[in-house]
Write a protein that binds this ligand. Structure first.
Ligand code: OAD
Ligand code: ZN
Length: 264
């Protein structure tokens, strides 16, 4: 039973890591939003809601068929407009309230649900479904979740805009990525939630936490993995909690609060 995901001893170990941490970072992926009703990406058929990834999530796909790409992202925008944060998002927001600016959420998600749950320090390394970007004048606009046409126009120059999403083959926004690396370099504990950890460079942040002692920075930090099943990140995990994030994270945070109260 020792390895059972909801073994109280494992929950306690994770909570104790957090309670003794000065700084905490969290790396989240699609799994943290799964219980809200946002579909994850890597279905067994290799398709993304019926589409080939090359067609809907690459600059080449967009160049070839912008209409299809916008239909795809508009469907995702419509889905996100109907969902709400789940207990996993809220538990992380409670932790942030405790740590303040010593707590950073690095998310690969583009759904905005962390912020909706009250999180403030969120680094969206793959962009946001809410924003459009103009390849002509560079304007980035927050369009919320309003219905957009399948050929939306720039509010500044009137030319066609694209989703402000990082597609395969594109670089991450440099300022945000810089902050994400700093958070990974400086944290005492990294919680990795609901990501298959196969998409780089985001997944590389997990190794940063473990390897950094070698380059003379802070000693290696602890990694807590929360996922339905082990992933490519599991070899780095000091504690693995393999059950739904919306169940696990509230338990960890509850235990964390107890430990912090006892220490006072
Ligand atoms: P994936 O779909 O690759 O992985 C989702 C992970 O969440 C899997 O490991 C699942 O086991 C896990 N999972 C599912 N439900 C869960 C739950 N209730 N609780 C905990 N874990 C759960 O999604 P990502 O790793 O986020 O990029 O994918 C990374 C990137 O690839 C995305 O950001 C996206 C995609 O292409 C862009 O859009 C640029
Ligand atoms: Zn423009």
């Amino acid at each position: 039973m020792a390895d059972h995901p909801l073994d109280p001893a494992l929950i306690r170990r994770a909570a104790a890591m957090l309670a003794t941490s000065e700084r905490v970072a969290v790396l989240t992926g699609a799994g943290v939003s799964a219980e809200s009703g946002v579909p994850t990406f890597r279905a067994s058929d290799g398709l993304w809601e019926g589409h080939r990834i090359e067609d809907v999530a690459t600059p080449q796909g967009y160049a070839k068929n912008p209409l299809l790409v916008w239909q795809f992202y508009n469907a995702r925008r419509a889905n996100v407009a109907t969902v709400t944060p789940n207990p996993a998002h809220f538990a992380l927001a409670v932790l942030e309230a405790h740590f303040g600016d010593r707590f950073t959420v690095i998310t690969q998600n583009v759904d905005g649900l962390h912020q909706q749950a009250g999180a403030k320090n969120v680094l969206e390394v793959h962009g946001s479904l809410r924003r459009t970007r103009c390849p002509n004048c560079g304007d980035v606009a927050d369009r919320g979740l309003e219905t957009l046409s399948d050929k939306p126009e720039c509010l500044k120059c009137g030319r066609a805009v694209r989703p402000d999403i990082v597609w395969f083959g594109e670089t991450l926004p440099p300022d945000i990525w810089q902050k994400a690396q700093e958070a990974a370099e400086e944290c005492d504990t990294l919680i990795v939630v609901g990501t298959s950890a196969v998409v780089y460079p985001a997944a590389g942040l997990i190794g940063v936490v473990k390897r950094r002692s070698q380059w003379g920075a802070k000693l290696a930090g602890d990694v807590i993995e929360v996922n339905l099943e082990p992933t490519d990140a599991s070899a780095h995990a000091d504690v693995g909690l393999y059950a739904p994030a919306g169940v696990v994270l509230p338990l960890v945070v509850e235990k964390f609060k107890e430990l912090v109260a006892d220490a006072k």
